[in-house]
Design a protein around this ligand. Structure first.
Ligand SMILES: Cc1cc2nc3c(=O)[nH]c(=O)nc-3n(C[C@H](O)[C@H](O)[C@H](O)COP(=O)(O)OP(=O)(O)OC[C@H]3O[C@@H](n4cnc5c(N)ncnc54)[C@H](O)[C@@H]3O)c2cc1C
Length: 336
């Protein structure tokens, strides 16, 4: 089967951009990790070599497993049973392949079990995964949420949650509610502080991608009586603690393998991430910066797939005695 990395030379353009040398040195803290981890790069060339090798593995898994599974995933889709999401069988196979290859928590530091990838090669991987199965990219790409924990949570929370993401547990970002879509300042899900310093969450979230994930980032109203974004905080909910159920999943036109969930929170125990009141105005804004890159990569990946499919079809399909690509009207649509 095709390797979705090596068969697309355009991708390398980003990896070899002149700015990369500086970016990699910053991410690798001048290659000091090499003193602690024998698989950490020694210098820029070594780092480039390791990105190249990992991306080849991504390309191989995408070409051999995820892309061939995509049609089955689309037909079977996920379902809800007793408040839990059951993924399509081939989605489970995809996740398993990514876990075994160490492709979860890719951008997280090595001390937590990640590969310490800079955003550029990580987003290249997202592009490749999206070309294989755009819906699966939604699940796999939510590993991005670990970045918010790494940036804003305390050390104890980082040590608890990030290694789990690197081992393959999935994440979700629970922001949207029935009456709070574009206008996230209207979020009403209620967070109540407990004497032991934990919080209880009550309310409803809607349109949550992979809403039955293992670890959720949740935007909730911690400041009673407030109405705007300054009363909202960010929480981490651990599915092992219980209290969140999936009421239904959306019946979508596409990306069917990715469950878009409505969630009910009933006294769901959670911990505060970072400082109170900064949930929307600081943490969600940072989270969205990463999510936007992921969604952009998803669009580029699915466009690559559509282009290749259209080109192959135009070369194969014959009308009026010749392949339709030979007609200027078709050729022009496919020329780049
Ligand atoms: C497949 C899918 C996956 C999703 N995954 C997640 C997820 O993982 N986590 C999560 O929290 N949310 C998720 N969402 C929700 C998504 O973030 C919201 O749909 C989005 O924020 C828009 O909210 P809304 O659908 O309520 O639309 P509305 O906010 O009601 O907007 C309706 C329309 O009005 C327009 N509009 C609204 N306000 C303005 C304005 N001020 N100026 C001009 N136009 C405006 C909008 O552009 C839109 O066209 C997902 C949605 C989908 C469809």
């Amino acid at each position: 089967m095709a390797n979705f990395y090596t068969d697309n030379p355009d991708l390398k353009h980003h990896l070899t951009h002149p700015l990369m040398e500086k970016i990699v040195a910053l991410k690798e803290r001048n290659y000091t990790d090499a003193e602690k981890f024998d698989y950490a790069p020694l210098d820029y060339a070594d780092a480039q070599d390791s990105y190249d090798k990992v991306l080849e593995i991504v390309g191989e898994i995408c070409g051999d497993i995820i892309a061939p599974n995509a049609e089955d995933v689309d037909h079977q889709g996920p379902r809800v049973e007793n408040g839990r999401v059951i993924y399509a069988d081939k989605t489970k196979e995809n996740l398993d392949a990514c876990r075994k290859a160490g492709l979860m928590g890719m951008a997280m530091p090595r001390r937590f079990g990640g590969l310490n990838f800079p955003i550029t090669p990580y987003i290249m991987a997202a592009d490749i995964v999206s070309r294989a199965d755009t819906g699966f990219e939604n699940l796999w790409g939510l590993q991005d949420c670990a970045e918010t924990i790494y940036e804003f949570a305390d050390e104890e929370q980082k040590a608890k949650f990030i290694p789990r993401v690197c081992k393959g547990e999935t994440m979700s970002m629970d922001l949207t509610e029935p009456d709070a879509g574009s206008d996230l300042q209207s979020v009403m899900l209620k967070a109540t502080e407990q004497p032991d310093g934990t919080w209880l969450l009550n309310g409803v979230k809607r349109f949550i991608t992979n809403g039955d994930s293992d670890i959720h980032l949740v935007l909730a109203r911690s400041e009673a009586g407030t109405k705007d974004g300054r009363g909202l905080s960010m929480f981490i909910y651990d599915k092992n603690d219980g209290g969140v159920n999936v009421r239904r999943i959306e019946n979508k036109m596409g990306i069917k393998g990715s469950p878009t969930c409505e969630l009910t929170y009933k006294n769901a125990k959670a911990v505060l991430c970072g400082s109170r009141r900064l949930g929307l105005i600081k943490y969600v804004m940072a989270l969205m910066n990463g999510a936007r890159l992921g969604i952009a990569a998803q669009s580029v990946g699915v466009s690559e797939l559509a282009y290749r499919e259209a080109l192959a079809y135009a070369k194969d399909r014959k009308q009026f005695g010749k392949a339709i690509i030979e007609f200027p009207a078709v050729y022009e649509m496919l020329s780049v």
